[in-house]
Design a binder for this molecule. Sequence first.
Ligand code: SPV
Ligand code: MG
Length: 553
Amino acid sequence: MTKFKLLKNIITSGKMQFLMEAHNGLSARIAEEAGFRGIWASSLTISAALGVRDNNEASWTQVIDIVEFMNDNVAIPLLLDGDTGYGNFNSVRRLVRKLEQKGIAGVCIEDKLFPKTNSFIGGEQQPLADIEEFCGRIKAGKDVQSDGNFSLIARTEAFIAGWGVEEALRRAHAYVEAGADAILVHSKLRHPQDLLEFLQKWQECSPVIIVPTAYYDFPLENFADKGVAVVVWANHLLRSSITAMQKTAGQIAAEKSIRNIEKKISPLAEIFRLQNMDEYREAEFRYLPQIQKTQAVILAASKGEDFGTLTRDIPKCLLQIEGKTLLETQVATMNDLGIKDISIVVGYKKRAINVPHLTYIYNKDYARGGIMASYLQGMAGVLGPCIVSFGDILYETHVLRDLLEQEGDIVLAVDVSWWQGYKQNREIDAVIAESPPAEGYLACRSFAIKRIGTGINHQDAHGEWIGLMKLSTRGTEIFKKELQTFFAEAKNSFSQADINDFLMRLISRKVAIRGYFFRGHWLDIDGPEDLLLPWSAKKASKAKSTNRKEKRR
Ligand code: SPV
Ligand code: MG
């Protein structure tokens, strides 16, 4: 349905409808999100937002520029408060044509003379237009409209200018006769006696629009059965933003700090949401060359139960080895290889993590949900090729570089020397390849994976998945789609599932998962001894790992 028709439907619905004021693209979007079906593009608030007076100080083409931004930003129709039509019959013709070209659904013109002043300022001193001349403006506008549903509303300022009901009725009848689609009757009384009398005598001749700015506490039910088609909330978004901005500016000026204001105002993310940045990112992905745009997701929501007091105040990813946290080292490794777009799924003690330039994703169910919830949330914003890594592993840069170079949509980094390590008896994510990777020199490094899991007999395993995975663009798509299906199907058991279960599910659905088989040069931080062993001669003596891989999140 066109916006012209949508506005026409609002005016002629037979039930009282509401238009919310907006003065720019942002406020229009906010009005739409609040559920309003149409917008009043107010001359007062558009002028005020531009820093000028409601005296036609902004030219009509400047106003059109603003309403175009507003209209582009919403799916609901706009009714432009077009003042006097900005001149005579000819100005109205230009205006209506221009509005139709821009897709603005309707215009309201008032029976005053250009340049006008706001109705709440010296209304009585403002001369009304000659009725016949104003009817000429209406006719001219109706004659040039090309879409039958474009609405031209005639507004009488009879009450504002100090005239009585008879004058208002005389004018309203003439305007309807001239072709107006509805009549807006403005009143500035605290108790709208004038308007009530008008409505009684008007007898629903054509739809009536009212603007209850002055009689704000007068119960609207009194209008519903008297033919009021539309109520215009004419300036309330601007007024509320003025209150908020004055308060914020005052507080920041007084405190010379933004510390106390931060939590009281919209976060930047809310601005980006209102700007539809998600759509932009998707479009960017569709239309921009994607070379070198590998993203990364680090799963770091877990506490690290085996670390005792070491992880009392920090999550596991902030444990340090050689003076650097695991997270810092991972991020530096990724950055070294040109991966800058890194998201981190956080949970336990999330506030302790303060690494710059990361996108933080909060898995609020980290304590209940298993690692799959972290995959689901962490991958949600990923569109192209990516690396997904556990937050508690370290690996040399060449491991990641080589993994990135492997062919395949889903490729896991698999260590073939796991059994040589001091932890050979612990639980591992064991991998069985379709064909066993070569002993000794690893000439060919990429093999199809047949099975993966912690339950595999160590003697049968060809290697250990280290928790690092590479996905191509297609791999990301497949992975995310199946993840969502799994989430929908598994419901409560989703949180209990392990990533190995999910990888096996993919394999059972004939999704090819490959392994990049390499030898050593990585570390899985399972218990306190891992923080010491490879880096110092000291043996960890006190707290020992349970030798059981903790359920990662
Ligand atoms: C406007 O919102 O600009 C109006 C209504 O025209 S009023 O300000 O009450 O005149
Ligand atoms: Mg106005």
